[in-house]
Design a protein around this ligand. Structure first.
Ligand code: ADP
Ligand code: MG
Length: 245
């Protein structure tokens, strides 16, 4: 059974059909890449799944529940996490403090109950940091980290809420090839260990071909192809729209 089932989803802005009746599904344990040229409707699709935008038509079923009409916070509570194109942490706090805050938030506790250097949830936070290879840097302030390491911390923060589905908007933007591969290998490891699913947008075809189990291709709001990367590569419509040949 699929974890996420998107059916006939649509959203217009004024006269522009940003997303025009797309359908796809996603299973636990799978990394699905959403690709397409600028303006194809990738971000709009993403933002409908996380609740920042409300669909005009169609359905988004997650774990048996309809997401259309729910608020972002409600969707997050159901187990849909996300990371951002520009990684964000509280730079004045240490690495472990950022994860402690995320764990507290996942428990629906107020941030104001928590103070830096508190031991609250520290062990649990360290365990999460260990999973992303950041335990050794736990007590460093986030402000001094390399960008690739901030992305790892961001993953640990996302894991604090135990998401079943993680949405990643251009996770490797601004990264060198080595960092890219490390981040995606780590993502793949988390997906396998936690039987989670990932929906991500990506510009680098190298990353998509190396790490996506399946991909869907959008162009002008429509889904023009979907399947395993090796089967999509030579699809004539994809060549035309995406690779410009
Ligand atoms: P992508 O992420 O694939 O580059 P978007 O989903 O951002 O594409 O945009 C799809 C289309 O919808 C584009 O034509 C874009 O200009 C339009 N669009 C997106 N968001 C808005 C908005 N908030 N208001 C008006 N038009 C928008
Ligand atoms: Mg976009």
């Amino acid at each position: 059974m699929s974890l996420l089932t998107v059916t006939n989803l649509g959203k217009s802005f004024g006269g522009v059909k940003a997303v025009d009746g797309i359908s796809f599904d996603l299973h636990a344990g799978e990394l699905l890449a959403l690709i397409g040229p600028n303006g194809a409707g990738k971000s709009t699709t993403f933002n409908m799944v996380n609740g920042q935008l409300t669909a005009d038509v169609g359905s988004i079923k997650f774990d048996g529940k309809e997401l259309v009409g729910l608020k972002p916070r409600e969707i997050w509570r159901l187990g849909v996490g996300r990371t951002f194109q520009i990684a964000e942490t509280f730079s004045s706090l240490t690495v472990v403090e950022n994860v402690q805050m995320a764990l507290l938030s996942a428990d629906r506790k107020l941030f104001s109950m928590w103070r830096p250097a508190s031991a609250h949830k520290r062990e649990e936070a360290l365990a999460l940091l260990d999973q992303v290879g950041m335990a050794a840097q736990a007590d460093r302030p986030c402000s001094v980290l390399a960008y690739g390491d901030v992305k790892r911390v961001e993953l640990a923060i996302a894991m604090a809420n135990k998401p079943k589905l993680l949405l990643m908007d251009e996770p490797t933007a601004g990264m060198a090839p080595k960092e890219r591969n490390e981040l995606m290998a780590l993502t793949k490891k988390l997906v396998t260990e936690r039987n989670m699913a990932v929906l991500f947008t990506e510009h680098s075809m190298d990353v998509v071909f190396a790490y996506a189990d399946r991909m869907i291709v959008l162009a002008r709001g429509r889904l023009i192809a979907g399947g395993a990367p090796k089967d999509i590569r030579d699809h004539p419509k994809v060549q035309e729209v995406y690779f410009g040949t």
